[in-house]
Design a protein around this ligand. Structure first.
Ligand SMILES: [Zn+2]
Length: 329
C-alpha cells in the first residue's frame, strides 16, 4: 500500500496538479513556490509548495502535507477516496501527454512528405534542418491523424478531450505547420500555423504553458522576447541563443513571473505594425516589468516589420545586434 501511494504521487507532482487548477506560484529559492492558498480565503500569498519534497504548507491556515492530503482537504474526501481521485487524474494526464507525443511524432514524420510544408518554412526564412529537428517542427496535412491514433488504440473520447479532433470527428489541424509546446518533459499544447487561407494561428484547448523553451534561457542576464515562433526560429538560426517567445503579445501569469524570476534585462521585440498594437503591448509590458524591478528595453524594428520579416527580407545578425544596442532603457 505504502509503495503504491508513493508511486502514484510520483506520477503527478503536487505543483503540476495545482497548475492544472490554475494555481499560480511565484518561485522563491531553488525548489519553492509561493502563491495564494486554495484552502482558505486570503489576499497575500502564504501557501508554499516545495517541489523537492513534493509537499505544501500554508502559513495562513496552518495546513500542510502531500498531494493526497491536499486532495482530502480541498475536496473533503477520505484518504481512500483521494487516492482514487488522484489515480483517475494521473491517468488522464499520462494519457493526454502520451497522445500529444504521438500526434507530434506523426506530424514530424509528415513534414518530409509534403513539399508545400518545407516550402513554407523556407519562405519564412527557416532552412537549418538541425533547428527544424530541435524545435520538433511537423506538418499536419489534415484528415489522417485520427485514423493513425485510433489504430494505435487511443480512444475517440481522449482525442476529443485533448482537442486533436473536432466534435464532428475531423482533425483539428489542417494544413498547418506544427510546433509542440513543452513544459519540462511534457508536451502541454501544440501550435499550428496555417500555410493556407485558414485562420493563421491555432492552439489546442487548454494552457499554452510558460515561455517557449524557457529552460534554455532562464539563466541569461539578457533575454530577447518575441511574440511569434517564426520570429524565435529565425533569431535562433541567426545565432541569437538568448531568445524566448510568449506566443502572442499578452503574457499569461506564468510567463510574466518567469521573466521576473531574477534580475535581468528583457529586450521586447514585438511587431512594428501599422495599428501599433504590438508596440502598445510592449510599452505596457515594459512598465509592468519595471514595476517588478526588471529592466525592459523596446527594440524598434523598421516600420511594418517583425523579427521574422526583418530576416526574411535580408536583415542579418550584425544589423539586428545594432538594433539591440540602439535601444533605450
Ligand atoms: Zn491556507
Amino acid at each position: 500500500m505504502g509503495e503504491d501511494v508513493e508511486a502514484l504521487k510520483r506520477r503527478l507532482p503536487l505543483l503540476e496538479y495545482l497548475r492544472q487548477y490554475n494555481w499560480v506560484g511565484q518561485p522563491v529559492g531553488r525548489s519553492e513556490f509561493v502563491g495564494l492558498c486554495p484552502l482558505h480565503e486570503e489576499t497575500r500569498p502564504s501557501f508554499y509548495v516545495n517541489t523537492r519534497k513534493d509537499v505544501f504548507y500554508c502559513h495562513g491556515c496552518g495546513q500542510g502535507g502531500d498531494l493526497i492530503r491536499f486532495i482530502q482537504l480541498s475536496r473533503h474526501l477520505s484518504f481512500r477516496q483521494s487516492l482514487a481521485c488522484l489515480d483517475t487524474q494521473a491517468t488522464l494526464v499520462d494519457d493526454s501527454s502520451a497522445v500529444l507525443e504521438k500526434a507530434a511524432d506523426f506530424y514530424q514524420q509528415q513534414l518530409d512528405h509534403y513539399p508545400e510544408a518545407m516550402r513554407y518554412l523556407n519562405q519564412r526564412g527557416l532552412y537549418d534542418p538541425a533547428l527544424i529537428g530541435e524545435f520538433e517542427i511537423g506538418y499536419a496535412p489534415g484528415g489522417s491523424l485520427r485514423r493513425h491514433l485510433t489504430a494505435q488504440g487511443y480512444s475517440f473520447d481522449l482525442l476529443r478531450q485533448v482537442g486533436l479532433i473536432n466534435v464532428n470527428g475531423s482533425d483539428a489541424f489542417y494544413q498547418r505547420i506544427v510546433f509542440p509546446l513543452r513544459q519540462g518533459e511534457h508536451i502541454v499544447n501544440l501550435y499550428g500555423r496555417s500555410i493556407g487561407t485558414a485562420f493563421a494561428h491555432r492552439f489546442l484547448p487548454g494552457t499554452k504553458g510558460g515561455l517557449y523553451a524557457w529552460e534554455k534561457v532562464r539563466h541569461c542576464p539578457e533575454v530577447i522576447l518575441v511574440e511569434g515562433l517564426f520570429d524565435y526560429a529565425v533569431l535562433r538560426q541567426a545565432g541569437f541563443y538568448n531568445v524566448t517567445c510568449s506566443l502572442g503579445t499578452h503574457l499569461n501569469k506564468d510567463q510574466f513571473l518567469e521573466l521576473c524570476e531574477g534580475p535581468r534585462t528583457v529586450y521586447l521585440t514585438f511587431d512594428v505594425d501599422a495599428n501599433q498594437s504590438g508596440q502598445q503591448a510592449a510599452v505596457q509590458l515594459a512598465l509592468r516589468l519595471s514595476a517588478h524591478g526588471i529592466a525592459a528595453r523596446r527594440v524598434l524594428l523598421p516600420q511594418g516589420h517583425d523579427p521574422n520579416s526583418f530576416f526574411v527580407q535580408g536583415g542579418n545578425a550584425p544589423q539586428f545586434q545594432s538594433l539591440l544596442e540602439a535601444t533605450q532603457p
